[in-house]
Design a protein. Structure first.
Length: 261
């Protein structure tokens, strides 16, 4: 049952009423720290061992072959591909619509200017497990491309057969991402942050993940750029009444349906 809180008469400081989850004080911190340290020390060997342990698959090759990406692209349902193409174009148009750089600020003979420069290499983490998230590829890789990032490395947890979802690979192809790895969990975050023989280190890591992934991001944030916020579980309710267009409410529900059973 959804709990309703009326915050209208409440003072502006709501921290006591609406506390954020304490990731640092909850979860398998010691285990994640050990995984990150192991990958930093032993590279691909540790990545393969944790992939075998957590994903149940023994991988000789971590990187997805271009032929596998092309095969996935051909197998994806055409209607879904059209929808992802429309989404890609919309996301790109939005990010290209950003205002031009601000004019320099001049005061008392001093000029202050702001320059935004793209990083050379970005790491994108896309969750796996019980669902498939091509949307995560689109929402992270496209802004990086628009910003002018030179290289994008994509990490996705493999399935029991060692493959990645066709929809995710097709989304990567639509975004022009060619460097894709069958690696998930804290081992993927550590590999991108510190680099291994197979996975070259990145300058920044984006993308949501499990509690384990969020904790791993906290462990490596001294070595790699990281967003200011750490994404947690989605808990969303759609509020509608008889004035709401039914199609809009349905779309909002479907959009959230990918987050879990």
């Amino acid at each position: 049952m959804l709990q309703l809180l009326d915050l209208r008469p409440t003072p502006s400081d709501l921290h006591g009423l609406l506390p954020r989850p304490n990731l640092a004080g909850d979860g398998p911190i010691a285990e994640v720290r050990a995984i990150v340290g192991d990958v930093r020390a032993h590279g691909d060997t540790a990545v393969r061992e944790y992939t075998r342990r957590f994903d149940g698959v023994d991988l000789n090759e971590l990187r997805v072959r271009p032929a596998d990406v092309e095969g996935a692209f051909r197998r994806v349902d055409r209607a879904l591909l059209e929808a992802m193409t429309e989404a890609r174009d919309s996301i790109e148009a939005y990010h290209r619509h950003r205002p031009l750089p601000m004019a320099p600020h001049v005061r008392n003979g001093i000029t202050v200017d702001v320059r935004e420069l793209p990083v050379a290499r970005a790491g994108v983490y896309v969750p796996g497990g019980r669902a498939r998230y091509p949307s995560s590829v689109l929402m992270t890789a496209i802004p990086a491309r628009v910003a002018g990032v030179g290289e994008i490395a994509l990490c996705v947890p493999p399935g029991p057969d060692g493959t990645l979802p066709d929809e995710v690979l097709a989304a990567a192809r639509l975004c022009g991402v060619e460097e894709i790895y069958r690696v998930g969990g804290p081992q993927a975050i550590a590999a991108m942050a510190y680099g291994t023989r197979s996975i070259k280190r990145v300058d920044v890591i984006v993308g949501a993940g499990s509690r384990w992934v969020s904790l791993a991001k906290r462990e490596v944030r001294d070595a790699v750029g990281m967003p200011a916020s750490f994404a947690g579980p989605s808990e969303v309710v759609v509020v509608a009444d008889d004035t709401t267009p039914v199609e809009f409410a349905a779309i909002d529900v479907v959009v959230q349906a990918e987050h879990g059973p």
